[in-house]
Design a protein around this ligand. Structure first.
Ligand SMILES: NC(=O)c1ccc[n+]([C@@H]2O[C@H](COP(=O)([O-])OP(=O)(O)OC[C@H]3O[C@@H](n4cnc5c(N)ncnc54)[C@H](O)[C@@H]3O)[C@@H](O)[C@H]2O)c1
Length: 387
């Protein structure tokens, strides 16, 4: 059996992302056997003793903690994985960096730009390895989109359009705050759809099409008051329920973005389309194995949109999975990020997006929220250096 090095993981937060990251760690050795490092599920942390013990038993963690500070203080943990609500990211990451732990942090990096800047400073001071889970970059069809754009096939880019549509908060009786509903509480989430949904769209957009220079945005909070789960009182809702913005990219193209939790019938409809001088591409999370491609240089009698089923071994990541013509799913994008993070331990290269890269997305989110509040265009201050 191959000799491997161990990376001992301390997972904080055991909800949706805690489970999906753990699945990533568990699958790594089976599907990326050549990697030098293997994750060890050393400890899982959540606030309730009964729940965390059950989680650890089910998913195979060797030990549990109910206080993340104790987890960070342990010397038998190498990397901290932050899967908790947004209001905890900065405090946990800054403490983990000071303790010399590697950090894998869920998106959005932070609630505010200021928090994000403090996190980047902490990471840079300690020099620890880090990554932020903008997982959509590692959906093979999206990674292929990046390869197609970088090859120059689209030519000059004119338009970038993205939507992220949901419908789960239309009911005015839905409370805000507390377990499961922290996304409706501005203190916990920082913002509504801007930080939750548009942050994904912005990360993908800048990765594919370069920096966003300036934005003009509008937000709306359709339900103005909701009962808070913790206080039991009716309180003002501080998040944006919907957000629309348009923007200029540094390459001269125009961007149009929309996110909402009030699009009846849509659960998680993340789509983007890019129109270039020679070709266009589009992608849809609900059909995530496909990339649609239109090439104007095709013979005119057969010219039209092609639907590329991204499942061949020469397409990104697909040499790891099944046979051509079969599918993979949402969870695989996280397995790919785990693999890339572990690979980066061998190569010494950063595993993008790093905290520094994710801070650029925070700059756009902040500019979007400020633009909507002030009802005017805002420069983002983005310095996009990632290739
Ligand atoms: N990359 C993605 O596509 C994606 C998808 C969903 C969520 N997220 C992000 O992941 C993070 C978590 O979201 P989720 O959907 O998993 O939330 P969730 O509500 O399902 O789980 C949050 C977990 O954190 C725990 N927790 C809360 N406060 C804690 C504390 N102080 N100490 C220890 N544990 C604590 C809760 O008990 C729960 O187990 C958020 O930042 C969210 O934005 C990212």
């Amino acid at each position: 059996m191959k000799e491997t090095k161990k990376l001992r993981i301390g997972l904080i937060g055991t909800g949706l992302m805690g489970r999906i990251h753990t699945n990533g760690y568990k699958r790594l050795g089976d599907f990326f056997p050549e990697l030098e490092y293997r994750p060890v599920l050393q400890a899982a942390c959540s606030r309730r003793e009964d729940k965390i013990t059950a989680f650890a038993e089910q998913w195979g963690y060797a030990s549990v903690e109910t206080d993340w500070r104790k987890m960070i203080a342990r010397d038998d943990i190498d990397a901290i994985d932050i899967c908790t609500p947004n209001n905890t990211h900065a405090e946990i990451a800054i403490a983990a960096a000071a303790a010399g732990k590697m950090i894998l942090c869920e998106k959005p990096l932070s609630r505010t730009l200021q928090e994000g800047e403090d996190m980047v400073k902490a990471i840079e001071k300690s020099g620890v390895k880090n990554t932020v889970w903008y997982n959509y970059r590692r959906v093979p069809a999206v990674t292929l989109a990046k390869q197609v754009i970088d090859s120059g096939k689209l030519g000059k880019i004119f338009h970038y359009r993205a939507n992220f549509l949901q419908d789960w908060t239309i009911n005015p009786d839905l409370p805000q705050g507390g377990d499961a509903l922290w996304r409706l509480d501005a203190d916990a989430a920082g913002s509504g759809v801007t930080g939750d949904l548009l942050a994904h769209c912005i990360d993908t957009a800048m990765w594919l099409n370069g920096g966003i220079k300036d934005v003009s945005a509008m937000t709306e909070t359709f339900i103005k008051e909701r009962v808070h789960q913790e206080s039991g009182k009716v309180q003002k809702v501080g998040i944006d329920d919907a957000c629309l913005f348009h923007c200029h990219f540094e390459n001269g193209s125009l961007g149009l973005f929309e996110a909402t939790r009030y699009a009846r019938g849509h659960k998680a409809l993340y789509t983007f389309e890019i129109n270039g001088e020679h070709a266009s591409i589009r992608w849809d999370l609900h059909d995530l194995n496909r990339l649609e491609y239109f090439d104007h240089s095709d013979d005119s009698i057969v010219r039209g949109w092609r639907s590329i089923h991204v499942s061949d071994a020469d397409q990104p990541y697909m040499d790891r999975w099944w046979i051509p013509g079969t599918c993979i799913g949402y969870e695989h994008s996280f397995i790919h990020q785990v693999a890339d993070f572990f690979k980066s331990l061998e190569t010494g290269e950063p595993c993008s997006p790093t905290f520094k890269d994710a801070l650029e997305t925070q700059k756009v989110c902040q500019a979007v929220l400020d633009s909507a509040a002030e009802r005017r265009w805002k420069d983002t201050g983005v310095e996009w250096t990632e290739k």
